[in-house]
Design a protein around this ligand. Structure first.
Ligand SMILES: Cc1cc2nc3c(=O)[nH]c(=O)nc-3n(C[C@H](O)[C@H](O)[C@H](O)COP(=O)(O)O)c2cc1C
Length: 181
């Protein structure tokens, strides 16, 4: 299986599972993908741009209103170059923003502006996940063609046990590969 020449825009959001995004990047890079990260402001509370930059070997994007690179508007250029936009972990908040069509940060804006496949990997407390509003948001996005790798059952960072753990790195990387079959 190969991800050679595939451009993956990788959204990292503000949840404890953000540390696992490092291994997802390594898995994608190992299969030949070019990975460029959009780190939300929430995500940056959990993981540093330096770590993501070192692993992806690419610049990290966070701010919508940064000065342009080479006269390119970041959310549009990232949206255009993406073969896939992968979000892992995806918070309840980004899922809600996407379901509403919000474009109030770089990641939601890039998703809205892109024609790429979108793959969302939620991770959150099981009560947040099982809330009707979150489930409805997920169903709404599925109806728009967004793909999901749903979380697994297990022990959560808050100490509770239930659905909500980010899917394994292997499951996420395989799901990305399957998008190209
Ligand atoms: C310690 C801590 C852990 C959190 N973990 C999660 C989480 O696992 N999943 C989630 O959906 N939100 C979690 N949140 C809440 C999000 O960080 C918050 O909703 C934020 O607005 C998400 O922004 P983003 O989606 O732009 O990254 C957590 C917050 C804190 C303080």
């Amino acid at each position: 299986m190969s991800l050679n020449n595939k451009n993956i825009i990788f959204g990292v959001c503000g949840g404890i599972a953000a540390y696992k995004s490092c291994d997802v990047i390594r898995g994608l890079v190992k299969f030949g993908a070019n990975v460029e990260c959009i780190l939300t402001n929430g995500g940056a509370k959990f993981i540093t741009p330096l770590t993501l930059q070192t692993l992806s070997k690419n610049k990290i994007y966070s701010e919508m209103f940064d000065i342009f690179d080479n006269w390119e508007i970041n959310h549009i250029s990232l949206a255009k170059k993406a073969d896939v936009i992968l979000i892992a972990p995806a918070t309840a908040d980004i899922i809600s923003r996407l379901a509403c069509g919000r474009a109030n940060d770089l990641l939601s804006c890039a998703v809205l502006a892109s024609k790429a496949k979108i793959l969302i990997c939620p991770a959150m407390n099981f009560n947040m996940l099982n809330r009707k509003v979150t489930q409805n948001n997920i169903e709404t996005l599925k109806s728009y063609g967004y793909k999901f790798v749903m979380p697994e059952k297990g022990e959560l960072a808050c100490g509770d046990c239930g659905d909500g753990r980010l899917a394994s790195v292997e499951t996420i990387v395989s799901a990305v590969e399957r998008l190209f079959l």
